[in-house]
Design a protein around this ligand. Structure first.
Ligand code: HPA
Length: 276
């Protein structure tokens, strides 16, 4: 167990979360104040790399959604910030250590499809790791998982289908697609975007894949939602900017957070799953 896991459990009196959530760029308001049980800054959690990017607050918050305990990472670190890829494994393993049974990751992403414009939400069906990095390279952490772990259900179908059902029931349009991770920090070139379209991508971003790899390695089921903040490079005339990412993510914030909260209210856990 990581020191940060023990510290978090001490602070929360062993109040374990059922569900963990990671907020991507521009998403900042997960819990209502009265639902917060404890909030711990990443600065107090020695295993957490410190985010340096605007729009990533850097705190781990335990709260209540309906009857469930939910732990939420307000902000994440990225490889392009200069963090060692391996260091991105620790927060996910902490979420596992403290008892999370399911992880919901969110991100801001560019769309590779004109018919999926800014403001859309996309359930991630699978990913293409085009970043050139992998947080699991190095000595295998045997206590968390095996050297060669399976990724054939990386975005857990059992939970993903529940998310899609809830979106349908609540009239929230939800696309489904393949997320491609690019390292950043620059946005992609139009030629790179054309290449990603050819290899089967639907959205592109600079995060999420490291976390999903680590979560699958330690048998923590994951689902992911991309908030589409722009058409990808070369697909319209305007230049891309982080400001646009933050503004458009915040315009879609209510939709994505309501969907996640509704999902948490209704989720059926997969007790028989290989992933429990
Ligand atoms: N590319 C990469 N990452 C992103 C984008 C994009 O177009 N939009 C938001 N995050």
């Amino acid at each position: 167990m990581f020191p940060s896991s023990k510290k978090f459990l001490d602070i929360t009196n062993n109040n374990s979360p059922d569900v963990a959530v990671i907020l991507g760029s521009g998403l900042t308001n997960f819990f209502d104040d009265q639902d917060i049980i404890e909030s711990v800054s990443y600065e107090e959690l020695e295993d957490f790399p410190q985010p340096t990017v605007k729009g990533h607050a850097g705190k781990l918050v335990l709260g209540k959604i309906n009857n469930l305990n939910v732990v939420c990472m307000y902000g994440r670190s990225h490889i392009y910030e200069g963090h060692n890829p391996q260091s991105l494994a620790a927060p996910i393993r902490v979420l596992k250590d403290i008892g999370s049974k399911l992880l919901i990751v969110t991100n801001a992403a560019g769309s590779l499809d004109e018919n999926m414009p800014a403001g859309s939400l996309m359930a991630i069906k699978d990913h293409i790791n085009w970043s050139g990095f992998n947080p699991l390279i190095g000595t295998n952490a045997e206590s968390y998982g095996p050297r060669f772990h399976d990724m054939s259900d990386g975005y857990h179908k059992f939970y993903r289908e529940q998310l899609i059902d809830i979106a349908r029931k609540t009239n929230q349009k939800l696309y489904e697609g393949i997320y491609c991770m690019y390292s950043g920090p620059n946005f992609e070139t139009p030629a790179e975007i054309n290449a990603l379209k050819v290899i089967g991508g639907n959205a592109v971003g600079m995060s999420t894949v490291p976390e999903v790899l680590v979560a699958n390695h330690c048998s923590l089921p994951v689902i992911g939602i991309s908030v589409i903040t722009n058409l990808a490079a070369g697909m319209n005339k305007t230049k891309l900017s982080h400001q646009e990412t933050l503004e458009n993510a915040s315009l879609a914030e209510n939709n994505v957070l309501n969907l996640i909260k509704q999902f948490i209210c209704e989720v059926q856990f997969d007790d028989s799953s290989r992933n429990n």
